[in-house]
Write a protein that binds this ligand. Sequence first.
Ligand SMILES: C[S@@+](CC[C@H](N)C(=O)[O-])C[C@H]1O[C@@H](n2cnc3c(N)ncnc32)[C@H](O)[C@@H]1O
Length: 467
Amino acid sequence: MAAVQTAPKRTEYLNFWNKYSDKPTHESMLLNNNAHELEESDRADVVAALPDYTGKDVADIGSGIGRFTTLFSQKARKVISTDFIESFVNKNKERNASAKNIEFVVSDAAGLELEDASMDLVFTNWLFMYLSDSECVDFTLKALRWLRPGGYFKLRESCSEPSTGRRKGNAVHATDAANPTHYRYKSLYLLLLTNARFQDADGKWFKFEVEWGTSIPTYITLANNWRQVHWLAKKVEIPAPVNGEISTQEALLNAFSTSWPAEQVAFDALVSGDHVSWTHKIMAPQVSASLGATVLAYSPRVVDATAAVDTFALVDESTTTNFWTIELNPLAFRASNTKATEKRDQHQRFAWHANLQSAVTYLSVHNTGFDGFVGTELLSTATIDEVLSLKTVLNSKAQLLLLEPTSETTVNTDALKSAGFTIDLVEDVTTAAHDAINDQISQGTLKAKVAKGSLSASWTVIKATKP
Ligand SMILES: C[S@@+](CC[C@H](N)C(=O)[O-])C[C@H]1O[C@@H](n2cnc3c(N)ncnc32)[C@H](O)[C@@H]1O
């Protein structure tokens, strides 16, 4: 029987960080002897992803020697910068001696209290991995409370493994036994953010609307690591929670500690590695050379988890197409990033969004435009407005390749036509799709249990072009 995992005690986390208290350096902040190669670029990635904090009130919690405090102080109205290691706070003070708008506090984030609705940005960068499950839940609910409506919570964590990877190499700490850090699944943080609910003293309810989650580019490019993940969540008012929503702290903790990890394990057992999808068998032959250098992929996985674009198998390994894949399922987001890390496939990037509209909003700000789009279940799930908005992130002459489930024999391409796309091909591929699924099941490369929805749907391939 597996031993019951108990959270390290608060003193163990403190002892871990106290070992670095005489080294207030970038190497200690990144826990990496190669910090000089990563630090500046990593910081730039994080800052580029922040909402505008000009004239705002910012809390930088677990701020270390102040890698981000300095930047916040240059534009924010006020910055509260806290860490539980006094020498780090002292170094932070020294580095920012001329700034007049920073309040430095030596304090443990686990017991921290700030005024209700007093902050516009609560910023943490590698903090939750040093908090127990119940402290993570507690902090998330407090962040909801500390923020003003419309304010943002920015979270970044090492997921599943240290930032230096499983191989020790550049890690500054020697053994796992000396390290009480939690390398949680990225899905857990996402589910925690999306499920947290808070009721204020006036009886109003709030939650986080997670605008996006994605990997830090520097760690992908320089360290082949897709497991450095950050999220941006906005505090929004909501109607009172309805039955079935997680509204108590106890239920949230139970899910975070027990049921969500179990769901991820179950998902990974059925949909990971080579058991991901069957769609490449149908889509790959349709990929023309003109799919382009940068391609947006979209997989809402409504029919079932295997009805998704498999960007790893869609194009020949020799091609240089770069994929940006939008995942809506938190468990699939983790599985796809795991595959990219295992394959070290530099052509793959993934982002989690709540819906296509949210993805388009993010991409309009952060990307220059895609040459192509590949998607499953676009027309069956997206609104006409979403299909229209997709145009804003596609370059002219961009090619669309869609695989659509259809309950009737024809698929409705009206949304594409009204968005101005030219329809180049509509072809029923149901027989080929079912043959491909059954072949893979018999070869053991697809689990029948998860492909049920795909087997009971009819399928149509559509090709279209943006004018
Ligand atoms: C990996 S460093 C990151 C520092 C900084 N956020 C950055 O990105 O440069 C983690 C920091 O979190 C601090 N820390 C860990 N647990 C904490 C806690 N419970 N309360 C306050 N600070 C904490 C550590 O002292 C350390 O400075």
